[in-house]
Design a protein. Sequence first.
Length: 120
Amino acid sequence: MSDFTVISAVSQTLHDLLRANISDLTLDISLRSPKDMQQAGQATGVSVWLYKVSRMLRHNARVASIIPVTSIRQSIHLSPLPGRTIPRDWNSNTILNNCNTFLVNSFTDSHTYLLFHGPK
C-alpha cells in the first residue's frame, strides 16, 4: 500500500468522523489543503489535510542540524507511518530512531491547528 493510499484513507476517515459528530451542518469539512481552500475563496471551514514529514537522507545517511533553542516554536505530535506492518520492536522509546516517515497531527490543540491551517 502506498503512502498516498494510507494518507488518503486516514484523511477520509477523519473527514467522515468529523462530519458525523459536528452539529453545525453548514461548516465545511474539506479534504483540501488550507492553501487550496484560501485560493478557492473559502474563508471558513475545517481542513483535514495531513502533512507528511520524512527524514532527510544523503547517501543513505541521516542529515541533521543543530539549531538554537530560540528557533523552536513548540513541540508537535507525530504519528508514525511505517508501511504495511508495524514492527513489534517499535515502542515510545525507539520510534523516533526506527521510523523515517511521520504524519503531523495538527489537531492536538487549537494553537497547533491554527499554526498549520490558520490564516497566513
